[in-house]
Design a protein around this ligand. Structure first.
Ligand code: IMP
Ligand code: MG
Length: 176
C-alpha cells in the first residue's frame, strides 16, 4: 500500500484565518453574557479551537471530548469510541462543540448524545469543515467554516494515519 501524499492545497491559511475570525465574531454576538463552554473534539479540532478562542472577545471555558473510530481509517467505520469526557461540570451550561469536520455525522451525533446526558442548558456546533455528500446524518452545524467536496483532507489539525496535523493549510491527499 502506498503512503499518503499531499495532493492539492484546498484552503489556504489566510482564508482559514479570515473565516475563523468571522465565526468568532458571530459566536461572540450570540453568547455575549452566557459564558459558554467550548468543547473541542480530540484530536482533530485542536488547531481550530486554539485559533477560534484567540479571536473570541468574550469569556469562555474550554474542555474536550475524545472521539475516535476503531483504528486508523479514511472512511467512516460507523463505530465511535468516546475515550475522554469533559472534566468541567456542564450542568446548566451553554456548550459549543468545536468539531474539525463533519463527514457522515456519526461522530458528532454520538458526541452530542453523550453531552446532552450531562444536563447542559444548550448545545450548538461549530464545525470547520463539512463534506458535501449524500447519506449524511442530519446533525446541524450552527456555525460552519467551509463546505468542501467529498474528498479526504488533512492539515490544520486533521490527519491521515496521524500524519499532516501540523500543516497550516488544508490539503487533499492521494494514495489513501
Ligand atoms: P463522521 O463521523 O463520518 O462525520 O467523521 C467525522 C470524523 O472522522 C472527524 O471528526 C474526523 O476525525 C474524521 N474524518 C472524516 N473525514 C475526514 C477527512 O477528510 N480528513 C481527516 N479526518 C476525517
Ligand atoms: Mg475529529
Amino acid at each position: 500500500m502506498s503512503s499518503p501524499q499531499l495532493h492539492r492545497r484546498l484552503i489556504g491559511r489566510l482564508r482559514i484565518r479570515r473565516r475563523v475570525r468571522e465565526l468568532a465574531h458571530q459566536i461572540a454576538q450570540d453568547y455575549r453574557d452566557l459564558h459558554p463552554v467550548l468543547v473541542g473534539t480530540l484530536k482533530g479540532s485542536f488547531v481550530f479551537l486554539a485559533d477560534l478562542v484567540r479571536e473570541l472577545p468574550i469569556a469562555v471555558e474550554i474542555d474536550f471530548v475524545g472521539a475516535a473510530s476503531y483504528g486508523p481509517r479514511t472512511s467512516s467505520a460507523g463505530e465511535v469510541e468516546l475515550y475522554c469526557s469533559p472534566r468541567l461540570s456542564l450542568q446548566g451550561r451553554h456548550i459549543i462543540v468545536v468539531e474539525d469536520i463533519i463527514d457522515t455525522g456519526i461522530t458528532l451525533a454520538q458526541v452530542l448524545e453523550r453531552l446532552w446526558e450531562l444536563g447542559p442548558a444548550s448545545i450548538k456546533v461549530c464545525a470547520l469543515l463539512r463534506k458535501r455528500k449524500a447519506g449524511q446524518l442530519q446533525v446541524e452545524a450552527h456555525y460552519l467554516g467551509f463546505e468542501i467536496p467529498d474528498r479526504f483532507v488533512v492539515g490544520y489539525g486533521l490527519d491521515c494515519k496521524e500524519q499532516f496535523r501540523h500543516l497550516p493549510d488544508v490539503w487533499t491527499v492521494r494514495g489513501v
